[in-house]
Design a protein around this ligand. Structure first.
Ligand SMILES: Cc1ncc(COP(=O)(O)O)c(C=O)c1O
Length: 365
């Protein structure tokens, strides 16, 4: 008998969105649209592609373990001391470092229900108890989270904006919340979707990091707005003491050389970022208008995706769309069985999705 750990054996693995090639193989469909994993429909920036082509010639060499040039470039971009930044193999790796660095068996982690599934999984890997506080109007209930804190609480995860709801907590709410969290608890604000935010009352987490708040970690990623999900690169911002702690437990070459080169170039491509954000903000409005017309409920989103209530089994809608060559995300794993989550795509992709949803609804009636 292998020495499997019971708390790991009971984990349900994370189920990613269905890959395009898998659907093509299974259904024999040539033209597939994927609006399931909140990827950038524009692809990567041209500048990043050129930098990757160059970097590929040197993949026989180990990458710079310190991400020297990238660190310097991002620190300038954010106007922050490089000592506050840690790069990871996707921001997922930083979530893992938080779990490995701070959790032992019997500890508690608090977050919300209907949030990023990696938080409970990695908490469970470390033998910690994950407490999912109920949402209020599909938003994180920060007061509820405060009430759930005990002496065993080590970590709090707040996805802002949240995946899969697209909702957010405001600057005033965060200010009050942070003033009440005890210092023995590490608070992680996961800002994977921050580049798509246009709400004026969204909190400025960078300022808290710059002011030296000791128990705060802010996560960001190049997987979404920067269109580099396949390279696996994101970063954490925290106090210098916390970053030094993570350096002790990260892998020596956790960020590959092609990713480092691509991000240095992508940070210079401000036009690409602007186009991406414009596409998403316009796409959100398009969906709101069309979904209202179809009589479907949705949650206004600050992200590059929208949660839509289908009034019927969301998994059935997901399967119907698959057969038409459209991949969206069913929400069963998030206890939202009658909802689907759709990533905002290019205009033509959005139009096609609305057309298919209309066809589905007409068939049902
Ligand atoms: C809330 C949230 N955090 C983190 C991630 C992970 O991003 P990365 O690709 O940087 O690991 C995702 C990806 O879906 C996400 O939705």
């Amino acid at each position: 008998m292998l020495p499997f750990k019971p708390h790991i054996q009971s984990i349900k693995p994370y189920e990613p969105g269905k890959p395009i090639k898998e659907l093509q193989r299974e259904y024999g469909i040539r033209h597939v649209i994927k609006l399931a994993s909140n990827e950038n429909p524009l692809g990567p920036s041209g500048k990043a592609i050129s930098a990757m082509r160059k970097a590929i010639r040197e993949v026989h060499l180990y990458p710079e373990g310190s991400c020297y040039y990238l660190l310097d470039r991002l620190a300038k971009e954010l106007d922050i001391d490089p000592g506050h930044i840690l790069f990871g193999n996707g921001s997922n790796e930083i979530i893992e470092l938080l779990a490995r660095g701070f959790l032992s068996e019997g500890d508690e982690v608090i977050s919300s229900e209907m949030t990023f599934l990696v938080y409970p999984i990695l908490s469970q890997v470390c033998g910690a108890k994950f407490k999912a506080v109920p949402m209020k109007d599909h938003r994180y209930d920060l007061e509820g989270i405060l009430r759930a804190i005990t002496p065993r609480t080590k970590l709090i995860f707040i996805a802002n904006p949240n995946n899969p709801t697209g909702t957010y907590v405001t600057a005033a709410e965060v200010e009050e919340f942070l003033s009440k969290v005890p210092e023995h608890v590490v608070v992680c604000f996961d800002e994977a979707y921050v580049d798509f935010v246009d709400a004026e009352d969204f909190p400025k987490m960078l300022e808290y990091v710059k002011s030296g708040k000791p128990n705060l970690v802010v996560l960001r990623t190049f997987s979404k707005a920067y269109g580099l999900a396949g390279l696996r690169i994101g970063y954490g911002l925290a106090s210098k003491e916390m970053i030094q702690y993570f350096h002790k437990i990260r892998q020596p070459f956790n960020v590959n050389s092609v990713a480092q080169a691509a991000v240095v170039a992508a940070l210079d491509d401000t036009f690409f970022l602007w186009r991406t954000k414009w596409l998403v903000v316009r796409g959100r409005k398009f969906f709101y208008r069309k979904l209202k017309k179809l009589g479907l409920e949705y949650l206004p989103s600050q992200s590059n995706f929208i949660l839509i209530r289908m009034k019927t089994d969301g998994y059935e809608v997901y399967q119907y769309l698959l057969r038409q060559g459209m991949i969206v995300r069913p929400m069963n794993a998030y206890q939202l069985p009658d909802w689907i989550r759709v990533t905002i795509g290019r205009r033509s992709q959005n139009v096609q999705l609305i057309r298919l949803l209309k066809g589905y609804l007409e068939k049902k009636t």
